[in-house]
Design a protein around this ligand. Structure first.
Ligand code: SF4
Length: 376
């Protein structure tokens, strides 16, 4: 069984208007204290072997490479990686990447970087509140190659206010021309409590309609497929051998531990999530008391519904024999009405051993997954 370790780095150089993650503007003293809290939480976790380590955020590279790499070493000592899988990912903001950073990352065992690009059109990146330039991204990819990192991912966003199908194509073309190994393409979502939510309430016409988002999504599917990227999950495209093993473990309903403010874990059927209050997290971690948060045991149909929802996100879909073996259920029988309805609508397809979303189904994935969950 795979086991993933996620570490949440909570600081960013600035806060983007669309972002709903647990993050705060960088302040050196808070960032130092937060790292102490992460260390304290790490040491309290039972040590065990892991398959992947993922440093996300926030922006992990608000910390200098020396500090980050020393932390990676401590995580590796506590959660030694198995022989068979050795993937350590760090998310980076391209404007903060320094010349030697990736060589240091590599020496600490990092194999993969995920670069927050969002767009190669500077007007669009400014609209998103980001300050990096296309030149920063090119330089970041080059430095990752020079450091011999095994995989480079670029995150892109479609449906940005002002984005056109032409500028979206240009962003995809640029990513492809950089010959990166992996592309994540996400539709912009309006998250409650963000500045974009307020703007959307005032001027919804500034944002892409569902039809435009669907058109952009289809452009991404076609262009990335033509360039040799396999769409192995709704939003994720990889060249052969470059899938994200860490994220695949989530979609396979595998176990993972999350360290840090707002981080989620899933172990022995229990899903838990830490408080999103930075102060509460740091105080609890440093004083050795349980970290506040919520947890629930996923059992019976609820557990299966979640597993189906995750599996449907993947190109492989829900493997009938694997579900029978792991959960003791016959998906086709137990979910017959949902499968029939969405297959008739052209959103699901079946073969002898799988149920999966069709291309049209991927455009309405939330609705289809929700229907499986509603039956639990
Ligand atoms: S989008 Fe990324 S960089 Fe921007 S505030 Fe959120 S976590 Fe930070």
């Amino acid at each position: 069984m795979r086991f993933g370790v996620y570490v949440h780095f909570a600081f960013c150089p600035y806060v983007c208007p669309y972002c709903d993650f647990a993050k705060w503007p960088y302040r050196a003293s808070e960032a130092r204290r937060y790292l102490d809290a992460l260390d304290a939480e790490l040491m309290r976790e039972p040590s065990r072997s892991a398959t992947t380590i993922y440093l996300g955020g926030g922006t992990p590279n608000t910390y200098d490479a020396g500090t980050l790499c020393a932390f990676v070493e401590r995580v590796r000592a506590h959660f030694p990686l198995t022989e068979s899988w050795q993937e350590i990912t760090v998310e980076v903001n391209p404007e903060l990447v320094k010349l030697r950073d990736f060589a240091d990352y590599r020496a600490a065992g990092v194999t993969r970087v995920s670069v927050g690009v969002q767009s190669f059109d500077e007007r669009e990146t400014r609209t998103l509140g980001r300050r990096h330039t296309p030149g920063d991204v090119r330089e970041t990819v080059l430095r990752a190659r020079n450091a011999k990192l095994e995989s480079v991912n670029l995150d892109l966003i479609f449906g940005i206010p002002g984005q056109t199908s032409r500028s979206w194509r240009t962003s995809l073309e640029t990513a492809i021309a950089l010959e990166v190994d992996h592309v994540s393409a996400y539709g912009l979502t309006i998250e409650e409590g963000t500045r974009f939510a307020k703007l959307y309430a005032r001027e919804p016409q500034q944002f892409a309609s569902d039809e435009t988002q669907a058109e952009f999504y289809e452009i991404a599917i076609d262009m990335l497929a033509a360039a040799g990227y396999e769409q192995y999950e709704i939003s994720n495209f990889a060249r052969p051998g470059h899938r994200s093993v860490h994220n695949e473990n989530y979609w396979n309903n595998g176990e993972y531990v999350g360290l840090g403010v707002g981080a989620a874990s899933y172990r022995q059927g229990v899903r838990s999530v830490h408080t999103r209050s930075l102060g509460d997290y740091v105080r609890a971690a440093l004083s050795g008391v349980p970290i506040p948060g919520e947890s629930e045991r996923l059992e019976g149909k609820r557990r299966v519904g979640e597993a189906i929802m995750l599996a449907l996100r993947t190109a492989q879909g829900v493997r009938l024999d694997a579900f029978k073996e792991r959960y003791g259920i016959d998906v086709l029988e137990d979910y017959a009405p949902v499968v029939a309805t969405y297959a008739a609508a052209g959103f699901l397809e079946r073969d002898t051993n799988a149920v999966r979303l069709t291309r049209r189904g991927r455009l309405v994935a939330n609705e289809v997954c929700g229907a499986f969950l509603a039956l639990t």
